[in-house]
Design a protein around this ligand. Sequence first.
Ligand SMILES: [Zn+2]
Length: 697
Amino acid sequence: MPNPRVLVITSCTGEKRCKPENQLRLDDFRDPSRLRDRQSELAEYACQAGEIYTGMQHLRLMEGVQALREALGVDALEVEILSAGYGLIPEHQKIVPYEVTFNGMKSQEVDEWAQHLGVQDAVEQRLESADLVFFLLGDNYLRSLQLPIQTRPDQTLVFLASGGSAKKLPDLAAKTFVLPLSNQEAKRYRYGLVGLKGFLFKQFAEAVVVKPELLNQVKTNPEIFQQIIDGEVDQPSEQLALTSLLDQVPTTPKASNTSQKTTTGRSSKDEFLPIPDVPPAANIHLGMQYYIPEWDDHVDPNYDFLNDRLTPGRDPHHDEVYAHQIYDAPNYDGILVSKVVVDSSKKKRARVEAVGIHDFIRYQGPVMGDCGAFGYVKEEEPPYNTVEILDYYQNLGFDYGVSIDHLIVGPFAVPGIREKRYELTMKNAQEFFEKHQAGDYTFTPIGVAQGWNPETYAESVKENIRVGYDYIALGGLARAQSREIVEIMQEVRPHLTPNIRLHLFGVARINAIPVFRHLGITSFDSASPLRRAWLGSGANYHTVSSKMYTAVRIPPVDGHGVRVKRLIEAGVAERDTLKGLEQKALKALRAFDQGELGLEEALESLLAYDELLELPKDGKADPVEQAKRRVKHERMYRDLLRDRPWQQCNCVICQEVGVEVVIFRGNDRNRRRGFHNTRAFYLRFQELLAKLKEEDT
Ligand SMILES: [Zn+2]
């Protein structure tokens, strides 16, 4: 078995090789042109990120990295540094000294700055090509990832984190292991807390040097990481294996969700989940509605695709348009807006307060508000009180408002914690309903049901009905398997009466819609069709026939993309060469679209640029990886070019921007593709509903 592709993500440290008076400060990073000027002033201090930091954690870590590379080869692992100035950067990137750290920032400042740096996107993108990932991050650095992040069940993540952060880690699709570190561990491992993460990684690396198969063992069973650094690795693994507590809850991250795996050309028609042999829920006549979660999903209506230019002087909210402003009719029955999204900046909150939620998102259909429980999953209690939230929904003009719940997932689904969260969610729901009845509130209240198995979910739904709700939402199931949701719904169904509506948070799976509907779900939300436009490869462009295509990667050489920067630094190609290939690829695709160029020639130009985009390992281009990429992408791109799906789509986006919609390049193409995907999903959903209704009668 080949070794897994290992990646280490570590935080930058305050201690650096040199500290010139005029080193970069936070304000320098806010403005790209100022940053360029300031960087050239400091050019004499430039050095590779992997070498600039001299903090204990970094030094010990790099000693471990060095040992692994000497033993297993230079590409045994890759290191990325999470810099509070530069964002996520590869160790070989040249940077100049700066004085910026996430430590000491307030939570909201961390969130805002991390968003500005695009930390989450960069990490998600970087993780795509890794199998085993180690995170050596302090509390605020970990926070800057804005967990949960997109991962896959075939990946393994090992977190070295403080005890406090460890407790708050959300449930992820990847296998995860957290090693909580506090003063106690510092004492136990006889190493100062400041550099402990680096020191422990080095211990691990030294064990792997002796026994390289440990890498695969940790990949399969990450819990043994602890035994390895404790020097207990040769004991029988049965004694060591900690049963993953996550296995006991429906939201187990090990569970791969088959309905999310999409294979091109596969039809989902024959893959509908079977409907159990029970009568339909009493509320089935209420139909089913799709809500889309909103997260600043808008585009520049006058974007200049040929020159890749935004409208000069545009206001990034006011002058942009949402999907429902582009299409004649919205591709959803309602919009879900989380409080965390409204509060993402002071300016935004103030604007929403001034005009109300409907005018802010320029949508007059139903708007549901919730508190965004994933945002505070790690806190002991939700950071809001009921009256404040009731007033918030009312004052901003929401149509539906969700009670304050607390997720029972991952490490928070363990006995002792889950009961507390269950009680808290129920208590909040009761208080929310009572105060809503007593006050002058005009929106419809929704009570949240949480649980950790079918019985507790059913109990929670029953309790919400007893309190008086006629609209209830099931939380904490976004990552659960459809089969598990079906089991829960089978317990819930008998309690439903004809007037009860039931919302399912965060789940949109065409193949499960008939069974969910049969068992009593009347609405659901998900941004998955939208986000798939720019997450992963192979299924970026959806169609109403359910076939999915990849988007063609043509990243701008002149943009801020980490990928292109790395390629240039690694000497894969000169900037001018890349730029030539990039422009040739764009021209070729447009000429192909116009019928002026054949498929093979177009494909050749696309692949000539694309194959160079394979990220270099350890600063060196790997011709084998490049060739692999070429083979894989040739198949996917050929499929796309042969079928020309963008020419067959009658949606206004595909009609107007044409082939630009299948190019993976910047917000204005990628998000438009997401809008198109949402429409494709909604049309399929509508068609399916009509068919199901017909079958009922
Ligand atoms: Zn379209």
